[in-house]
Design a protein around this ligand. Structure first.
Ligand code: BGC
Length: 456
């Protein structure tokens, strides 16, 4: 369906966004770093999950990935040459703490210090995500996110990160997309650790929920002048038609995918009126938990790729709603079979903006996967360039309407390990030949570089 992508180029000017607007690229450690057991690193749940046959597309693993562990200088210099001033990446809990708790792995601390220092020397601000899905395996053996002890384990990890990096890192995100890692990893079993069912999902949700605020409070105490955020996946939800049943199905899906984690943070509680299965969270909620879930974040990261069209279904347990696949709707899609729907990013900014207590929104991920192959040393990924232009145009529309949007990060810098899809979908501005580790700047990357460079 790639040919359906709107082929009108959008002439964007960075000056329209104002001086304060933050531009960058985003990555995650498990997807890029490789060196999966080097220098004392322990295994994460994704190391285990991706090494089990049948979990990942063509049994790809992330043992080497883009080898960011050894190539970080080259990659950061490439970012610099692309006029990038902000780099969002995550830290590997299993590289920092042996067994996930207790003894510190100083090699891990040294590595992240090198990355952070090299960013700063290169004029690039590090934006650090504490948790992008790679829980230490030793903690999963004790129940992982389903075990309430995770609040203690996570607090220890955050303290270590704050004390070692907080003098130089001032932009922090606590969790990456808690809905995706609890839903994919503890309900559907399609992501690590591969657990399934509501009895795994509900405690994982509540503990991830609490960890956002607990982690944030630790950073507030330990790091001077920190800008603290956390990030959420979100998609515009459209009912397949205006029937009452479908409209109600859309409300349930919206509560699950877009509201579940942000509303308790803002003191609004879980959206269980609109999604009754959430009432079953009750046994996991101890006295004082809902107060402990709140935090005044400095910013909220919203991550948008597509929209979902939904209809009522008796056959889907708990949700009684199903997503109508984009491939069945005769619309433009990316290689992930996600609809290309730029207005969704605008709608999501508007939706989060309507929570009055959020001071600043930042698009911490947006991007597209296509099947990019170099031809004569060039990767002409026109579709990605158009995708980015159209989505950024909608970000601008939100900004011009006075919504509190303050930044935008492309997902992602280099092609990398796309979780259960392995290396098949390429999301990068930079092409990676995974055999030779050669980097090639795609035409979308050149476009982004030139767009960022045109400051007046
Ligand atoms: C995640 C990334 C992922 C991207 C594309 C987001 O859900 O944070 O890790 O690669 O979407 O699927």
């Amino acid at each position: 369906m790639e040919e359906k992508i709107n082929s009108t180029e959008i002439p964007l000017s960075i000056t329209d966004f104002g001086e304060e607007f933050v531009w960058g690229v985003a990555t995650a450690v498990f997807q890029t770093e490789g060196a999966y057991k080097k220098d004392g690193k322990g295994y994460s749940i994704w190391d285990i999950f991706s090494n089990e046959k049948g979990n990942i597309y063509q049994n790809h693993t992330a043992r080497e990935s883009c080898d960011f562990y050894h190539k970080y200088k080259e990659d950061i210099l490439l970012m610099k040459s692309m006029n990038l001033k902000n780099f969002r990446f995550s830290l590997s809990w299993s590289r920092i703490l042996l067994n996930g708790i207790g003894e510190i792995n100083h090699n891990g601390i040294d590595f992240y210090n090198d990355v952070i220092n090299f960013c700063l020397e290169s004029g690039i601000t590090p934006w650090v995500t504490l948790y992008h899905w790679d829980l230490p395996h030793s903690l999963e053996l004790q129940g992982g996110w389903t075990n309430r002890k995770i609040l203690h384990w996570f607090s220890q990890y955050v303290k270590v990160c704050a004390s070692h990096f907080g003098d130089r890192v001032k932009h922090w995100m606590i969790l990456n997309e808690p809905m995706v890692f609890t839903g994919g990893g503890y309900f559907l079993g399609v992501h690590a650790p591969g657990k399934k069912g509501i009895k795994q999902f509900l405690p994982a949700v509540h503990h991830a929920q609490l960890s956002q605020a607990i982690g944030a409070r630790i950073l507030r105490k330990e790091v001077n002048n920190a800008q603290i955020g956390t990030t959420y996946s979100c998609s515009q939800i459209t009912p397949k038609n205006q029937s009452k049943r479908n409209a109600k199905a859309a409300i349930r899906v919206d509560a699950l995918l877009n509201r579940l984690f942000i509303e308790p943070v803002l003191g609004l509680g879980y959206p269980s009126e609109d999604l009754p299965i959430l009432k079953k969270l009750k046994p996991y909620i101890l006295s004082g938990d809902m107060e402990r879930s709140t935090f005044d974040f400095d910013f909220i990261g919203i991550q948008n790729y597509t929209r979902e069209v939904v209809g009522h279904s008796y056959f889907v347990p708990y949700l009684r709603a199903k997503i109508i696949k984009a491939t069945k709707r005769n619309v433009a899609t990316t290689l992930m079979d996600w609809e290309v729907y730029p207005a969704s990013i605008y709608e999501m900014i508007k939706k989060f903006n309507s929570y009055r207590k959020i001071p600043r929104l930042i698009i911490t991920e947006n991007g597209a996967a296509f099947k990019d192959e170099p031809i004569d040393g060039e990767v002409n990924d026109t579709n990605r360039k158009l995708f980015l232009q159209h989505y950024i145009q909608h970000v601008l529309k939100a900004k011009q309407e006075g919504l509190n949007i303050g930044g935008y990060f492309v997902w992602t810098f280099t092609d990398n390990f796309e979780w259960a899809e392995g290396y098949y979908p390429r999301f990068g501005l930079v092409h990676v030949d995974f055999k030779s580790q050669k980097r090639t700047l795609k035409s979308s990357g050149k476009w982004y570089r030139d767009f960022l460079g045109k400051k007046v």
